[in-house]
Design a protein around this ligand. Structure first.
Ligand SMILES: Cc1cc2nc3c(=O)[nH]c(=O)nc-3n(C[C@H](O)[C@H](O)[C@H](O)COP(=O)(O)OP(=O)(O)OC[C@H]3O[C@@H](n4cnc5c(N)ncnc54)[C@H](O)[C@@H]3O)c2cc1C
Ligand SMILES: *[C@@H]1O[C@H](CO)[C@@H](O)[C@H](O)[C@H]1NC(C)=O
Ligand SMILES: *[C@@H]1O[C@H](CO)[C@@H](O)[C@H](O)[C@H]1NC(C)=O
Ligand SMILES: *[C@@H]1O[C@H](CO)[C@@H](O)[C@H](O)[C@H]1NC(C)=O
Ligand SMILES: *[C@@H]1O[C@H](CO)[C@@H](O)[C@H](O)[C@H]1NC(C)=O
Ligand SMILES: *[C@@H]1O[C@H](CO)[C@@H](O)[C@H](O)[C@H]1NC(C)=O
Length: 491
């Protein structure tokens, strides 16, 4: 008798569970946000999940490729900070992260030697210029602030030494490129110092010891079952619904004319993809507050390049090289190196702040290009890219090393790829005030609901995080967030 009761109870439970709590979810994009949403949904007992990914691989803007003797990253590179960082917390006991260091050796385009001690002093000024930002400066752009406070700082420190002062003045362009490769914007006059981004305390430049950022995906999604939910090479063209009628579900239509009807869709495509496609991707069109948010947030692009040398020509004494152009040399750079795109007499080769040694990859150097020319620089032929990098290397380091041409190069094309259209978001001042309590990032994140209050179009991805936008921890948390919202709806 007891036994039978238990059996009946079991059947009833299974039946009820199926009837009331197994919504279907389609996730657009298999980057870290989409995969995280799937992982959390599975943990919450929601199994009817399909992840549609336009590319032929998972990971999205996490893209580690084998190059030289180990992995290099074309996208996300560093684990930024430790405390409160889900990436750091996931791997912290596994000995997978290495200490990243900022290169401190400077080279000047004129060929004059930059004293190492002076280089360290410069780095010190650069690194300490932000923290003391007072309230009144928070509405200043990075560009205005640094021009003002950096000039003050170098005049105080080097005012008595004209030669040092001149190099320090020239270094402002180095700082600009460095800052732009951090923020991903195309100018430093479109971001305020007091934006909503929150830094995680701890080392901001932890590396993956030559195994790439994919290591995080391998650990975080290990045995999670998310991989089996992914359909690759499946590009979504339209998300359509009629929210005014009795609930019929959302229709997700793909380029290959297949369709999925689902209870919930989680859109995780980059802000760049939303900016380009929001009018064609959604039917009916998105609510005004979302269109405004998408417009008001910034989405830029940076370009990473890796160079492989069969015979490395550098030594082990530093972890990289910083380049400072003199104003005259920068303006003459187009006539000196005419190949490839240029802007205001500046050749594309001036859009890079230097080279870093790749971690655990002894024959490889890495460079980060940033600024307004990146969409054009991405399209340069490998031959021109290689020539330009060799010219650059010779100009700055030729007096110290027997520089050679790289044997192989590889570089990212995030802007050219229609499934990304750039690298990551930044917060323009107009995005700091949203309709919702915080900002435009939050405005984008709030799910669209139908007349009964049922959330059905969800948004995740780095640009929907109110304070960790732009990075992997923000993207990952945003996916978990939407999975929780779906779970709560059925509680
Ligand atoms: C060069 C570069 C350097 C970076 N450096 C760092 C770093 O050092 N540290 C850090 O934390 N972060 C860094 N980032 C940012 C980080 O990579 C991203 O914030 C994060 O990976 C974004 O994840 P996501 O899931 O939001 O978006 P994505 O990874 O872009 O995932 C979205 C997915 O949607 C797919 N998709 C797009 N359109 C469609 C469609 N129509 N149909 C179906 N699928 C579609 C895309 O192919 C993609 O796979 C960097 C990014 C770049 C590009
Ligand atoms: C998953 O959801 C879809 C769409 O609602 C439905 O057609 C399908 O039968 C479901 N699959 C399972 C296994 O429940
Ligand atoms: C910036 O803030 C200061 C003080 O908080 C204020 O006096 C100034 O007008 C503000 N500037 C702009 C451009 O908003
Ligand atoms: C995945 O989990 C298994 C145990 O379930 C473990 O042996 C393996 O090392 C894990 N792999 C990673 C990359 O964490
Ligand atoms: C570019 O250089 C030319 C020739 O030296 C000069 O006439 C012109 O003003 C420069 N343009 C800019 C934008 O600096
Ligand atoms: C560069 O090559 C020359 C000729 O082979 C050699 O004499 C010199 O020592 C080399 N310099 C360095 C820095 O390796």
């Amino acid at each position: 008798m007891k036994c039978l009761q238990g059996f009946i109870l079991l059947i009833t439970t299974v039946f009820l569970t199926n009837a009331t709590t197994t919504p279907s979810v389609v996730i657009i994009g298999a980057g870290t946000s989409g995969l995280s949403a799937a992982k959390k949904l599975l943990e919450n007992g929601i199994h009817n999940i399909t992840i549609l990914e336009a590319e032929s691989r998972i990971g999205g803007r996490i893209n580690s490729v084998f190059f030289g003797d180990n992995y290099i990253d074309l996208g996300a590179t560093f684990c930024h900070g430790e405390k409160g960082n889900i990436v750091y917390n996931t791997v912290k006991d596994l000995n997978l992260l290495g200490e990243g260091k900022i290169p401190k050796k400077f080279y000047h385009s004129s060929g004059v030697k930059v004293d190492p001690k002076f280089g360290e002093e410069l780095i010190e000024i650069i690194l300490t210029i932000y923290p003391d930002v007072d309230e009144s400066a928070k509405n200043m752009t990075y560009g205005d602030y640094i021009k003002k406070y950096y000039n003050k700082a170098i005049n105080e420190k080097f005012g008595a030494d004209k030669e040092k002062l001149k190099i320090a003045e020239d270094a402002i362009n180095f700082i600009e490129i460095m800052m732009l490769s951090n923020e991903g914007s195309s100018t430093w006059f479109e971001i305020n110092l007091g934006d909503d981004y929150i830094e995680n305390e701890g080392n901001p430049m932890l590396n993956w010891k030559g195994k790439g950022y994919k290591t995080f995906l391998e650990v975080f999604f290990n045995n999670s079952g998310v991989q089996e939910k992914v359909i690759l090479n499946k590009e979504v063209k339209k998300v359509s619904y009629d929210a005014s009628k009795k609930w019929q579900g959302v229709t997700v239509s793909c380029s290959d004319n297949t369709q999925f009807v689902t209870d919930h869709v989680i859109v995780t495509t980059s802000l760049g993809v939303l900016k380009e496609n929001m009018n064609s991707l959604f039917e009916p069109e998105l609510p005004l507050v979302k269109r405004k948010a998408i417009k008001n947030m910034g989405f830029g692009v940076i370009m990473k390049v890796a160079m492989y040398y069969e015979n490395p020509w550098w030594d082990d004494s530093s972890n990289g090289f910083n380049f400072i152009w003199s104003t005259e040399d920068r303006e003459n750079s187009v006539s000196e190196f005419p190949e490839g795109p240029h802007y205001n007499n500046r050749s594309w080769i001036t859009y890079i702040s230097g080279f870093l040694k790749a971690d655990e990859n002894p024959n490889v150097l890495i460079g980060w290009f940033a600024g307004n020319l990146i969409p054009e620089i991405e399209l340069i032929s490998d031959e021109t890219l290689s020539n330009g990098l060799t010219y650059l290397t010779n100009k700055f380091l030729g007096h110290a090393y027997n520089v050679t041409k790289p044997n192989k190069i590889i570089h990212s094309k995030w802007r050219a790829n229609p499934h990304f259209r750039g690298s990551y978001s930044f917060q323009k001042p107009e995005a700091m005030k949203g309709d919702n309590p915080t900002n435009a990032e939050e405005d984008l994140s709030v799910p669209i609901k139908n007349v009964d209050g049922r959330p059905f179009v969800h948004f995740a991805g780095e640009a929907t995080h109110p304070y960790y936008f732009s990075n992997v921890q923000g993207a990952t948390e945003s996916g978990l967030r939407e999975a929780e919202i779906i779970k709560h709806y059925y509680e």
